[in-house]
Design a binder for this molecule. Structure first.
Ligand SMILES: NC(=O)c1ccc[n+]([C@@H]2O[C@H](COP(=O)([O-])OP(=O)(O)OC[C@H]3O[C@@H](n4cnc5c(N)ncnc54)[C@H](O)[C@@H]3O)[C@@H](O)[C@H]2O)c1
Length: 262
């Protein structure tokens, strides 16, 4: 029996095959899950193209349009998923966005409107999605119930250039704990997967990303490969699976151990 047999999942955030969510979706399909993908706006055509590669591994169906900052699209996605799956056993939140002023300019340049945009897309969206999908997640038939996994970057420290996105991630970690408290009684768990730096489209838009790349492998006792997203795919499948059914409100660091070093 595979780890995610009979699991029905929504995986957001697949844009290209460098996306962290791509590695998660592929690994989940290999473990027997039925996977729905979502994307938004101009990213839709790119996601549809990338979905064809995933369709070689398993059935992914039509890409669902879901701009997480649009409440109507969030509600519509819940209706679509109810029709397609009837329930949800897992949700992967792999969404991050911040206007350029929020990254690489320090903390005094971005106006509040830009910070609000970053927090809306990168942090509040987790609450919006879990809230809208809660009835479907509560119907999970997976042993141990449903699992929500949100992609995170260590929010416990201030990193160079990451600026307001770092604040958004720290808030995401806190939000994960509050959501875990609220939806736990429905047998829904909520965990963060804090990954080290990986070369996705979002990462390349961070000014000075090479600074992370250059130092991470030296700091991580296990070493770190910025091109290997499979470590995230494997860890996410563990969190989505019944193996971690007693774990919620946690942050799983998948970063070669760098976050723990002085
Ligand atoms: N790449 C890294 O180094 C790294 C490390 C740790 C955590 N993360 C996190 O992983 C997640 C996925 O990022 P990635 O690196 O795979 O990059 P990516 O560019 O492949 O994915 C980012 C995704 O966010 C989506 N998105 C942005 N705004 C959205 C909105 N309003 N509605 C719906 N979707 C929206 C994009 O469509 C895209 O699919 C993000 O939360 C990111 O912060 C990335």
């Amino acid at each position: 029996m595979a780890l995610l047999d009979d699991h029905r999942l929504l995986v957001t955030g697949v844009l290209t095959d460098d996306s962290l969510a791509f590695a998660i979706a592929r690994r989940a399909l290999e473990e027997g899950a039925a996977v729905a993908l979502s994307s938004f706006g101009r990213g839709m055509s790119l996601t549809r193209r990338t979905a064809r590669k995933l369709a070689e591994v398993g059935e992914v169906g039509e890409v669902i349009e879901l701009d997480v900052t649009d409440p109507a699209q969030v509600r519509a996605a819940a209706v679509t998923l109810e029709g397609r799956f009837g329930r949800l056993d897992g949700l992967v939140h792999a969404i991050g966005y911040a206007p350029p002023s929020c990254l690489g300019s320090g903390m005094f340049v971005a106006p509040f409107e830009d910070v609000a945009t970053a927090l809306h897309a990168s942090t509040y969206s987790l609450a919006a999605l879990v809230g809208a999908l809660r009835p479907l997640l509560a119907r999970s038939s997976a042993p141990g119930g449903a699992s929500v996994v949100a992609l995170d970057f260590d929010g416990s420290r201030a990193y160079p250039q990451y600026d307001w996105m770092g604040v958004a991630k720290a808030a995401l970690e806190s939000l994960g704990r509050y959501l875990a408290r609220e939806v736990g009684p429905d047998r829904v768990r909520v965990n963060m997967l804090a990954a080290g730096p990986l070369r996705s489209i979002a990462a390349k838009s961070i000014p000075g990303f090479s600074l992370f790349e250059d130092t991470w492998a030296d700091r991580a006792p296990l070493g770190w490969d910025v091109n290997d997203t499979s470590v995230v795919g494997d860890a996410a499948v563990a969190l989505l699976s019944p193996l971690l059914r007693a774990t919620t409100g946690a942050i799983l660091h998948v970063d070669g151990g760098a976050h723990a070093m002085g």
